[in-house]
Design a protein around this ligand. Structure first.
Ligand SMILES: Cc1cc2nc3c(=O)[nH]c(=O)nc-3n(C[C@H](O)[C@H](O)[C@H](O)COP(=O)(O)O)c2cc1C
Length: 210
């Protein structure tokens, strides 16, 4: 079948738009920020990924508005302060990650709301999630404005450079690898579905030198 998303996002045979189910699994960027006046914030973004290797850069995509008007807290805070932290979400963080996705008032600290402990960063002001498998300290590079959606919904790509990387000692193996089976990274599928990594296999690239 074929459908044209500039005409409809939900073709007749589908109960919901299939678009996001077709970009799956998506890693989850659990982004912590702090507002200019000092209110901490934490929210998950599944339009998230690494976008450069060296220097390492990551991106996430806040769309829509905050219920109090204006951009979502995360975008507002990054725009105000130029800093954010990517926290990795593993199996053990799944319920707390979900709690932090609620439409809270701007004054709410979602890290506290979810019963999470914050830990200080080295080079940026926002707290990181202490028990996350890993956290990246990021400096904002640029925000790309994408075409707006129905009713003027804003869509953005926020790109930041990673300037510090924390790895939880509990997920580092004795032979110096990151233990994926211990982390069980969480990823978003379509609809309300998630998956986590439990199964690994390796492929050697043709001509790979290691
Ligand atoms: C797993 C998951 C992934 C999400 N991904 C996105 C996303 O990519 N972009 C977005 O704008 N909202 C996304 N959301 C919704 C935001 O987390 C939610 O709107 C949140 O309240 C934003 O918080 P803030 O206003 O504190 O920034 C996602 C929610 C969940 C549960």
């Amino acid at each position: 079948m074929f459908y044209d998303p500039t005409v409809t996002m939900k073709p007749p045979r589908f109960k919901h738009t299939p678009y996001k189910a077709l970009i799956a699994p998506r890693p989850i960027g659990w982004i912590s920020t702090v507002s200019a006046d000092g209110v901490p914030n934490l929210a998950p973004f599944s339009f998230f990924n690494g976008v450069a290797e060296d220097p390492p850069c990551v991106m996430f995509c806040p769309y829509g508005a905050h219920m109090e008007g204006g951009p979502k807290d995360t975008l507002k805070n990054v725009t105000e302060t130029g800093e954010f932290v990517y926290n990795m979400v593993g199996w053990d963080q799944k319920d707390q990650m979900n709690i932090t996705s609620g439409p809270e008032e701007r004054a709410v600290d979602e890290m506290k709301l979810a019963g999470l402990e914050g830990a200080p960063c080295e080079k940026v002001a926002p707290l990181r999630v202490k028990d996350a498998p890993a956290s990246f300290e990021c400096k904002h590079l640029l925000t790309v404005k994408l075409p707006t959606g129905p009713g003027g919904t804003e869509n953005n790509i926020v790109i930041g450079q990673v300037v510090g990387i924390h790895i939880n000692e509990a997920v580092i193996t004795e032979d110096g690898m990151v233990d994926m089976k211990k982390i069980r990274p969480l990823a978003r599928l379509g609809y309300m579905d998630y998956t986590s990594v439990t199964d690994l296999f390796a492929l050697t690239r043709p001509g790979a030198r290691g």
